[in-house]
Design a protein around this ligand. Sequence first.
Ligand code: AMP
Length: 609
Amino acid sequence: METIIGIDLGTTNSEVAVIQSGRPVVLAEDGDPILPSVVGLDPQGKLLVGRAARNQYALSPERTIKSIKRKMGQDVTVALGNQNYRPQEISAMILRALKQRAERVLGHPVKKAVITVPAFFTEGQRAATREAGELAGLEVVRIINEPTAAVLTYDPNPPEMERLLVYDLGGGTFDVSIAVVEAGVVEILASHGDTQLGGDDFDQRLLDFVCDRFQTEHGIDLRQSLVARSRMIGAVEEAKKRLSTEPVVLITEEFIAEKGGVPLNLNTEVTRDEYESLIEPLLAKTLKCLDDALEDANLQAQQIHKVVLVGGATRTPLVHRLLTTRLGRPVHAEIEPDLAVAMGAAVQGGLIAGMELGPVLVDITPHTLGIAALGEVDGFPTPHCFSPIIERNTPLPATRTEMYSTTHDGQKGAEIRVFQGEEEDTRLNALVGEFAIQGLSAVAAPNQILVRLDLDLNGILRVTATERATGLEKQVVIDNMMERFRHRERTDAIERIEALFADSDDFEEEEDEEFDEGADTSDEGSEAVPEGAAQVPDDSSTELQRAVEAAEVQIAKASSLEASASKEDAAEMKGLIQDLRAAVASGVLADIRRITTELEDLIFYLNDA
Ligand code: AMP
């Protein structure tokens, strides 16, 4: 089948992808899938495209052109060396570099491409993009909208009509689109955006914050020196990216300035909280656009089936939090957000070439991973508060760090209990491992402890706890996370099915009767398995596991009621909880079930009273 490459020609970065073995793959060179959309000439007049051109921008802006996409469709020229070029010619240089990359990686010539453009591009801007492709030696088989590409990446053929909200925050631009996809056809219902808002603005806010601090301390404005400024631009962008996965970063630049002949170093810490307060006003603007797009599409937030994140800047955790709160549902970022558009362009190319393509499958964490911490659940203080570290649906491999504090002065150790699940109360999630970090410094609380989770593609989870002040570290490796995820999925499915059946009493009775007739009474411990769940493997160890999980749920519910119950009821409940814990410890299935039911009845009675 002929190769049609997909190209995301971005304002800041560009990528090229192709379908390989039925899946879109972004083509990387030297391990880097991203080609910065920057063109330049080196001091000898040699053409530079990509990272090399970007690196020289701060020091040689007169020999470098970036963000040419902003000028596409305009009747202007830009100077590069002693020549003037139209915007489509500069874009053609970027496209040519991507075409050559594809040919080098694939090992054969490439002629056809699908290129993406923003939904708000006019006909003139689209025509200029098409011309750029032709100047680069490509036959542009189709120009598609970026949100359309993102939708195609997530699922070109959902079983039923789906409404998606595509939130795209790149380096220099932002847009939000509402799309409908049905049988491989994507329709954009509404699109809003801000062509002057993106991750570069976040860099600028952080740059000002750090430079203001340095100026207060040393009386020198680093922004005034071209060299210092260029180093700072790189340093803050790096720091910003690290703040997406780390709660605090140290920015260091040696000999960044000089005062009275003495060299000065920059050495400053920025916390994620500080950074988030700098960018929150910018993100508030994006939420306004989102409201406008929903209004234009005549839809309520609840009518959106899926929220999809696109653009490198959506890796910022605050973006996830704000959107989850605003739209009342988790966001989808399973596909690397800066690669999703190129992948969608490749999917479109594949569809044009006649391939049958389904949803893109990527390796993700199906459940949230986190630890137990002191906090509040339903307004009550508890040590069982689940503090997420790696959110569900994060692409693998994933590494995230969060910061915690001791609560007592002179606390010598801390228990790290790792759970998977989505409940606020860790007792309703599954414990995957626990260990203690001992030998902490004898200091007053709060003593900060960093907890890092690294989950690789083989399902190996490394948990590292580090005392921030001393670097004291304890690490454990938990194998077989994939098996645990699958187990959890199975138990979740069983619970869901049981919950459905619990709602229909009549049906349940009938089923019970039927089951009783044909049941093998020799196995007293087994229970009715509804038809729909028949293919779920069921052995005695999973039964025990299910019973233990059900017991834990009832214990957690009972514990939350203890404070409000009368003295007598509380005492009865306490007794039952103790018995149930003993039964769980002894592993006798019949006892666990019996006492769980008793506890359940008591909870029911208390809730009803
Ligand atoms: P794009 O135009 O989609 O390639 O997005 C580029 C923008 O995403 C730049 O502003 C990057 O600094 C930003 N970006 C890339 N990775 C991250 C990250 N891990 N956290 C926050 N921003 C990021």
